[in-house]
Design a binder for this molecule. Structure first.
Ligand code: CMP
Length: 136
């Protein structure tokens, strides 16, 4: 069954020139792009996006980082798109969890600068797509 997920190429991924690499991996997997925008996100949107992490010690740094430069927001569509993109991304920690062959495993070193975000559940995907692409 086809579903949609919200993918972010975070500011570190954009500044390192990895947007094309991430999109190529999404497309090679067989997923498609339903919407895509380069955007510098405001604090309110970033705080809503990461609401579940509010109160954690890294929340302030995370919001600073995600608002600190342009990112690419993408709605990705396809069969099992939510877990399929998380498989492509690899675990949150690029060294301890993500394995080589994944985006984070191949290109990342630090948990904060882990290059991409992907919705973690159908509920998160719906909430995040509404937040980033209200017209969809
Ligand atoms: P993401 O998948 O976007 O979801 C939450 C983000 O918080 C995560 O990727 C990381 O970028 C960040 N994060 C999680 N744990 C830590 C941590 N211990 N220190 C800094 N950032 C973190």
């Amino acid at each position: 069954m086809s579903e949609r997920t919200l993918v972010l190429v975070k500011p570190d991924g954009v500044s390192r020139g990895l947007v094309g690499e991430v999109i190529a991996r999404i497309e090679r997997k067989g997923l498609t792009l339903a919407a895509l925008e380069l955007r510098t996100v405001d604090r309110a949107t970033a705080e809503q996006h990461y609401a579940e992490h509010d109160g954690k010690p890294f929340f302030g740094d995370l919001v600073e980082f995600i608002t600190g430069g342009p990112l690419v927001a993408i709605v990705v569509e396809g069969t099992r798109a939510i877990p399929a993109f998380r498989q492509l991304a690899g675990g949150t920690d690029p060294v301890e969890k993500a394995t080589p062959g994944t985006i984070r495993g191949d290109f990342g070193l630090e948990v904060q600068f882990n290059l991409v975000h992907g919705s973690d559940s159908p509920e998160s995907a719906e909430r995040e797509i509404k937040l980033w692409f209200p017209a969809l």
